[in-house]
Write a protein that binds this ligand. Structure first.
Ligand code: ADP
Ligand code: MG
Length: 270
């Protein structure tokens, strides 16, 4: 049978392009009889802001969960940060990361959800310190110092002692971003990070994400914020029905969508 593809296979042939941070080839995922991902092909370059857009139910969150090792792919090949994380063909399991490896890999990926998912009984500072102390076994003083710097970076220097219930949605989401950054991720996944926010709070979260992009973070952003995609995005993929319908530079896809499904979607969100 086929050999398991090596790390080198994740690299572009000429050696000029860097190893993609994420490379998906014909990735499939079903839940029972529901085919959610039906052959996803895409590549995310290091340092890129990669926007993933599409209607509800198109498989965006499922794909992020595959990248973050929360779901295992059914077929196709998926590399994250140069490591093959799943490779299946014809239902046959050819390669899969072991559970212990998964735990280590997940630490390199930060995820920010629509709901802020902060620990309600901990202050902003304690939320940001939690993973470095519990998972990385960092000394508390060191973790606190880093957490303060991160909360300053997201504009919350004056909110460190507040509990989530004392913070606005936008502030909570900025704490969630700082908390993800505390683990020094190589890749940040954002799953509709502003969808649950009151409109007047969206901008402060997008500003933090814009800053993060300027600092060179590799980001995959599921969003309906097309202004953000156009201004900050390096690449945009339009997904529908579990496949990539169209992709390109955000400016091109947004101003001149080629596919009628992309046009129909954009006419609703723009
Ligand atoms: P999107 O994020 O684009 O809205 P999702 O990836 O959340 O799409 O969901 C795509 C489809 O997969 C939906 O029909 C959803 O009901 C289904 N789905 C997602 N997760 C599960 C699951 N754990 N079990 C069963 N069905 C699921
Ligand atoms: Mg979703």
């Amino acid at each position: 049978s086929d050999a398991v593809p090596s790390r080198a296979a994740a690299r572009d042939g000429a050696g000029a392009a860097p190893t993609p941070m994420v490379l998906a080839e014909d990735v499939h995922k079903s839940f029972g009889s529901t085919q959610v991902l039906r052959g996803i092909d895409l590549a995310v370059a290091p340092g890129e802001v990669f926007c993933l857009v599409g209607p509800s139910g198109s498989g965006k969150s499922t794909f992020l969960r595959c990248i973050n090792h929360l779901e295992k792919i059914d077929a196709g090949r998926l590399w994250v940060d140069g490591d093959l994380v799943g490779y299946r063909q014809r239902g046959e399991k050819l390669y899969e990361l072991r559970d212990r490896e998964v735990a280590a890999k997940r630490r390199d990926i930060g995820m920010v959800f629509q709901r802020f998912n902060l620990f309600p009984h901990m202050t902003a500072l304690e939320n940001v310190m939690e993973a470095p102390v519990q998972v990385r076994r960092q000394p508390r003083a060191q973790a606190a110092e880093r957490a303060r710097a991160l909360l300053e970076r997201v504009g919350l220097a004056d909110r460190m002692g507040n509990y989530p219930a004392q913070l606005s949605g936008g502030q909570q989401q900025r704490v969630a971003i700082a908390r993800a950054l505390a683990m020094d991720p190589k890749l940040m996944l954002f799953d509709e990070p502003t969808s649950a926010l009151d409109p007047e709070l969206v901008g402060e979260v997008l500003d933090v994400m814009r800053q993060l992009a300027q600092d060179g973070m590799t980001m995959i952003v599921v969003t309906h914020e097309m202004g953000f995609a156009r201004e900050v995005g390096d690449a945009l993929v339009f997904m529908d029905g579990g496949v990539v319908v169209e992709s390109g530079h955000p400016r091109d896809v947004l101003t001149n969508p080629q596919h009628e499904r992309t046009q129909a979607f954009l006419s609703k969100v723009l």
